[in-house]
Design a binder for this molecule. Structure first.
Ligand SMILES: [Zn+2]
Length: 243
């Protein structure tokens, strides 16, 4: 054996050892994919959940989100499993804010929840129609309106932002009742005041959904659905339920 070959022996050993480790790594990846959730909501699952159970499920998901412990999901499997139908447990009406990733906030997967989004989480005819479809046709048990800390839409409404757009004016006008309901000087720089408007806006949206939708009212009276308001904290990702 010459010197060059001798020098190469330890290197060869390392390469061989690394090659031997390969199958072990593959096995652990397989094990990981087996631990992933591939099941989705079925009609039976949806039928078995009470509105309160749905709310509890979302709040438990929010705890996992805060603890960086989101459920591992086999997304292609969930996509395949939901191709022919969906049985979402809830509809969540949220602001469009990019810092409120709704499905992640509640640790929900494919087919789990309807998400309706509009700046300032207000209701209009189209959103009411979407909510009525969710609870009246698709069997969802919970309507959640989710506001959030430092909402730009609410802030703009308080500031009476004018960008020369009828569309923006129309949107911001719908937040005006929450401003009227909030005690104190109209001042978006006042965090406490702004938070008050944001929470009142959630509560008024819920009241408006209830008063404008006979379908929602009836299902709620029958105890088949529940309406809930939530406030998302940008600092820690927590959702607090509002009364
Ligand atoms: Zn917002």
């Amino acid at each position: 054996m010459n010197k060059t070959l001798l020098a190469a022996v330890p290197l060869l050993a390392i390469i061989l050892l690394a090659a031997c480790n390969q199958p072990a790594q593959e096995t652990s990846e397989q094990e990981q994919s087996e631990e992933m959730t591939s099941t989705v909501m079925t009609a039976t699952d949806q039928g078995a959940m009470t509105p309160q159970a749905v709310l509890d499920d979302l709040m438990a998901g929010n705890q996992r989100y805060m603890q960086n412990d989101l459920t591992a999901r086999d997304l292609p499997a969930q996509v395949a499993a939901t191709t022919d139908g969906q049985y979402p447990k809830a509809i969540i009406l949220s602001c469009v804010d990019s810092r409120v990733p709704v499905e992640m906030v509640f640790d929900q997967g494919v087919g789990d929840v309807f998400v309706a989004r509009v700046a300032g989480n207000i209701e209009d005819e189209d959103l009411l129609g979407s909510i009525e479809y969710a609870v009246g046709v698709a069997g969802s048990k919970l309507v959640m309106v989710l506001g959030h800390e430092s909402c730009g839409a609410v802030k703009s409404a308080v500031d009476q932002l004018d960008v020369g757009s009828e569309n923006v004016d129309h949107l911001l006008a719908q937040i005006e009742p929450a401003i009227e309901k909030t005690e104190g000087e109209r001042d978006a720089a006042n965090k406490e005041y702004l938070t008050g408007v944001i929470k009142n806006n959630v509560e008024l949206t819920i009241e408006d959904i209830r008063s404008r939708s006979a379908i929602v009212r009836q299902l709620e009276e029958e105890g088949k659905i529940m309406l809930a308001g939530g406030y998302y904290n940008l600092h820690d990702g927590s959702v607090t339920l509002l009364d």
